[in-house]
Design a protein around this ligand. Sequence first.
Ligand SMILES: Nc1ncnc2c1ncn2[C@@H]1O[C@H](COP(=O)(O)OP(=O)(O)OP(=O)(O)O)[C@@H](O)[C@H]1O
Length: 276
Amino acid sequence: MGIAVACRRVVHIYRVEGSDVVALSGVDLSITSGEMVALVGPSGSGKSTLISLLAGLMRPAAGRIAVGGYDIGKLSDAELNRLRGTEIGVVLQGVGRNLLPYATLSRNIWLAQRRAAKTRGIELAEADEILDLVGLTGLAKAKPADLTMGQQQRAALAVGIAAGPGLLLVDEPTSQLDTAGRDEVLAALKAVNAKRDTTVVIVTHDPEVGAQLGRVVTIRDGRVGAEGRDGQDFAVVAGDGTVQLPPEVLGEFPPGTLFLVDHDEDGSVRLQSEQQ
Ligand SMILES: Nc1ncnc2c1ncn2[C@@H]1O[C@H](COP(=O)(O)OP(=O)(O)OP(=O)(O)O)[C@@H](O)[C@H]1O
């Protein structure tokens, strides 16, 4: 079963050599159970920081993050640790960080399942079944070095879903792949989402990945800057009432530009600039 995610005015600050770096400055985002969402945005906009917070690897400086009913900011280290090993699957950027190179794929999967099996006491899927799901049928005895890059990425996904998480967070799964490899990874992610109803959040720079997922959330300057749904682009009202305009529109209107707001009864809103 998938689990829902809700971020309310989430702020995150890194402290570097005595000064503060504001990585997230008020993220409002709701993801329903079983949804697939791509997080996109310029380098340094805060995507990886948001994923790390959703994964419970860090706590937000302010605001609230609820993952499947758990308030990430309020959990103890031990509770966060348990959540990560069971309810939340994380696939980090760079396959090597997700797989033990000297172990077979079935052992990699077993190691990821061991703790969940103990703490939840539930029956977890067999390695063969998980490998089938990500398109790696018959490779249980292979080691990561025997695989292509695309297969390694799907093996990393297999490890990420081994414990049956309701939320799967994946950072840049297609960045080092060719088109065929990317399509296979996308097919595997879609299969996990469809067959297990897992909520999937993917950080990506690849517009094709975003286009295939249906919902694309753009993070800009540490907050949700825009959303694309089924090919349509939307501006988003933030928790503080501000709305970011697309950069190409903003470029035409310097700070301080006045807009006349025309609000019709049918719900449409028009902004008309008062340019001298
Ligand atoms: N561990 C850290 N310590 C200090 N500052 C950090 C740290 N991690 C990220 N930052 C800063 O926080 C901001 C957001 O970074 P983040 O990595 O979340 O962005 P991103 O959108 O994932 O970027 P990219 O697409 O390049 O991976 C940036 O200004 C970055 O320099």
